[in-house]
Design a protein around this ligand. Structure first.
Ligand SMILES: C[S@@+](CC[C@H](N)C(=O)[O-])C[C@H]1O[C@@H](n2cnc3c(N)ncnc32)[C@H](O)[C@@H]1O
Length: 255
């Protein structure tokens, strides 16, 4: 196992004990599909479109509230996650709500499922930041049918370069690290774990070289009335009103 997989599994086991299990009920019950910490709805942004009858794989599905939102709209959802505790919560929620999905323990960089079996590969802060993009994006391409869509949410490169190495890691108004060479980041302290981020030009090249055409990049700012997130408070709402804190990429596998 690559060292960051073990490290991230430990971090997510701890997160499950601390808050993800406790908030799963509320998250699964939400009526709207919302994006990220500051919550614009998918109907406002128009990212996902019609989901009915689609075969969807969520890469790094966590407690699977996002997968549940898709399943409620008629998608057949498969969730992949590295952390048994997260999958346990997802299985319990699925049993409690009757919202069915297939849940598989695996590394999203190497998924034990056949080529070309999905119409949509999605990641909401799953593989999109916790996996090496040079591994998980080619893997998503392999899993998608020709013409299939890849949609993922991650932190904006701007937020990442403004993230200092201080123990609280709060995103500030000054650049704290280079954009050049941005890729793997090992965090210590409260937000322990390893994640991955790429500058826009590099992400565009990777998507193109992996067989995708990019159809959209939504840079998300805080919506009117949004507040600093209850759990993910390393970016304040004041910051996110001025700069895009998060972004959604949408790409289509060339037929
Ligand atoms: C923020 S949570 C995802 C939340 C999810 N969208 C939901 O609806 O609950 C991130 C998840 O990524 C998972 N993860 C981290 N590294 C992974 C990997 N290499 N393969 C699969 N999942 C991974 C973690 O275990 C964690 O459950």
């Amino acid at each position: 196992m690559t060292d960051y997989l073990e490290r991230n599994r430990e971090a997510w086991t701890k997160a499950n004990e601390e808050y993800t299990d406790a908030r799963a009920g509320e998250a699964w019950a939400a009526e709207e599909i919302t994006w990220g910490m500051f919550g614009p709805s998918d109907s406002e942004l128009g990212v996902l479109g019609d989901l009915a009858g689609k075969d969807v794989i969520e890469l790094g599905c966590g407690t699977a509230y996002f997968g549940a939102w898709l399943a409620k709209r008629g998608a057949r959802v498969t969730g992949i996650d590295l952390t048994p505790a997260q999958l346990e919560t997802a299985r319990r929620m699925s049993a409690e709500t009757g919202i069915e999905m297939e849940l598989i323990e695996a590394n999203a960089e190497d998924v034990p499922l056949p080529d070309e079996s999905f119409d949509l590969a999605l990641s909401e802060y799953g593989a999109s930041i916790w996996c090496d993009p040079y591994k998980w994006i080619p893997e998503a391409a392999r899993l998608l049918r020709p013409g299939g869509e890849l949609v993922f949410l991650c932190n904006s490169p701007l937020a990442v370069i403004c993230s200092p190495d201080t123990p609280d890691g709060k995103v500030g108004e000054r650049r704290a690290r280079p954009l050049v060479g941005m890729h793997r980041m090992d965090w210590e302290g409260e937000d322990e774990g390893t994640d991955f981020h790429l500058p826009h030009g590099e992400m565009l090249r990777l998507l193109r070289d992996t067989g995708f055409d990019v159809e959209g990049l939504w840079e998300i700012q805080a919506t009117e009335g949004a507040e600093t997130h209850r759990y993910y408070d390393f970016i304040s709402v004041e910051w996110a009103r001025q700069w895009p804190a998060e972004e959604i990429w949408k790409a289509r596998k060339r037929a």
